[in-house]
Design a protein around this ligand. Structure first.
Ligand SMILES: *[C@@H]1O[C@H](CO)[C@@H](O)[C@H](O)[C@H]1NC(C)=O
Length: 497
């Protein structure tokens, strides 16, 4: 009796399971593909996710990122022993560390064509961010960033249909109007665990937290050895040169401690120290682009996991960020670089504190030395965070005219002004976000001569490049972007005056 009914139950169960499987096979719709993909990108090994075919090309791009990593070890979640993280670190240090000699750049010692990805993470569905991208970033990239330096990568929200639509527009505009400038769009899925971004005591909203979260994974969106960390609301302000990026093979880093009296900076210090188990070195939220070796991100994540004794980055993020304190990912990554990769970067910091006093918090082998300090920048800053320094926008035209003048070109709208190098003095400030509020003029008190020398050298160099046709400097590019922005309902404030 009991036997019979259990057999019936078994048969019924078989039928039920079969029906469910059949149902899913028949109604395999878009939402399933998306969630399947989310598992692929963010899932842990326990899901046993395997590569699923992507349905459209843009989606394909995002899953390409995880290609080459075994499904059982997802870089994003940091699950397992980071075999894949190790591998990608090796790949890029090989590319970077061993210049081929034959085609190496004399000024940097790196292969001449070492590519740098201009990388920005933004929500493509938000009109304000679209506007910033066109009017701040893209409009000035086509003016001041030489396309030979590297492509632009936008990282958008994968789950948002509007982001995919925005990607189409951005791609089309770049392709049809600026064939020299490569623009790529990549997508990031939400963390599998929503509570990573949305938690009760969060100092900011989930959208903002997502930006912070993403900042630790920039290596996933490019294979180039160097990442130029940007924001959508950052604008280039003067021609970017190799010497503003490199000192030899080292990447230039700025930074200072003069903001340490701000509560939020003290909170950055706290969250950084929690993440790394080592002191916060300085405020690195003071300049753009921030040039970072791609593999530094990989190693930094690995260190954080090890320090916090967890196996996935969701847990790590919760441990160092989940309370009321704010977080500065760039300060975490560059503080990491200070302790573990110091010799790969060229440190140009400025202190408002006495050096001996400041050094008390560092272990003996990690003290800041005078050669890591620079009181006035030896190269002008090439970009600024627009919302924090609108008035610096005037410098975009100033720099253009100074370069053309140096190149020996007479440009009508430049002749309406009489710009000189000291109109550019603000660009020698360590922190373009605070240029008006803290230590306003680095070129005061008898420093003007040095400032003029630095700026003079900069414009001589770029002027010569323009003259010799090694660099394009076309105001028409600015106008083209303004026209493209108009097409999608965006009116950029004029840069011309
Ligand atoms: C480049 O680095 C060297 C030391 O590695 C330093 O002596 C020199 O001043 C640096 N140059 C600039 C322009 O910062």
């Amino acid at each position: 009796m009991a036997n019979l009914s259990s057999r019936k139950l078994f048969l019924f169960l078989c039928f039920f399971v079969g029906a469910v499987v059949l149902y899913f096979l028949v109604t395999k719709d878009d939402s399933m593909i998306v969630s399947g993909k989310t598992i692929l990108e963010y899932g842990s090994s326990s899901r046993g996710a395997s590569k699923s075919p992507s349905t459209d090309t843009s989606r394909k791009a995002s899953s390409d990122i995880s290609t080459g990593e075994s499904p059982s070890s997802n870089l994003l979640t940091g699950v397992s022993s980071h075999a894949s993280a190790d591998k990608s670190a090796d790949v890029s240090s090989y590319t970077v560390g061993k210049p081929t000699g034959a085609s190496s750049d004399i000024s940097t010692g790196l292969p001449a064509d070492t590519q740098i990805t201009l990388l920005l993470r933004m929500p493509g569905s938000v009109m304000e961010h679209r506007e910033r991208y066109y009017c701040d970033l893209f409009r000035t990239t086509v003016l001041y960033w030489p396309p030979s330096y590297g492509k632009t990568v936008l990282v958008l929200d994968d789950e948002s249909r509007k982001d995919h639509e925005f990607a189409e527009i951005v791609n089309k505009h770049a392709r049809e109007n600026f064939p020299d400038y490569k623009v790529e769009v990549k997508y990031e899925a939400l963390p599998k665990d929503q509570s990573v971004l949305d938690f009760p005591s969060a100092p900011k909203g989930p959208g903002y937290n997502r930006q912070l979260w993403s900042s630790f994974f920039f290596d996933l969106y490019t294979n180039d050895p160097i990442i130029a960390w940007m924001d959508s609301d950052v604008a280039f302000v003067t021609p970017v040169t190799k010497s503003s990026i490199f000192n030899g093979t080292k990447l230039r880093v700025l930074g200072w401690d003069c903001t340490f009296h701000f509560t939020w900076v003290q909170e950055w210090a706290l969250t950084t120290e929690r993440a790394l188990g080592l002191p916060y070195v300085a405020d690195y939220m003071s300049f753009f682009p921030v040039y970072i070796y791609r593999d530094t991100f990989v190693s930094c994540r690995k260190h954080i996991l090890k320090h916090l004794k967890v196996t996935n980055f969701e847990d790590a993020f919760k441990l160092f960020y989940h309370d009321r304190n704010v977080l500065s990912p760039v300060s975490v990554v560059l503080s990491y670089a200070w302790f573990f990769e110091r010799s790969r970067y060229d440190w140009n910091m400025k202190l408002c504190t006495d050096l001996t006093e400041y050094n008390k918090k560092f272990p003996p082998d990690s003290k800041i030395r005078p050669e890591h300090l620079e009181d006035i920048l030896s190269e002008p800053q090439t970009a600024f965070h627009v919302p924090y320094g609108e008035f610096l926008t005037a410098n975009i035209l100033i720099s253009y005219c100074l370069t053309q003048q140096e190149a020996g070109n007479r440009i009508d709208f430049c002749l309406r002004h009489s710009f000189s190098l000291n109109d550019n003095f603000d660009l020698l400030h360590h922190d373009l976000q605070r240029v008006r509020t803290i230590r306003s003029n680095p070129c005061a008190n008898g420093k003007a001569d040095y400032c003029l020398q630095v700026l003079g050298r900069h414009y001589k160099k770029v002027g010569l490049e323009v003259k010799e046709n090694k660099r394009k400097l076309e105001w028409s590019h600015v106008e083209t972007v303004e026209k493209l922005a108009k097409e999608i309902g965006i009116t950029c404030k004029p840069l011309m005056y």
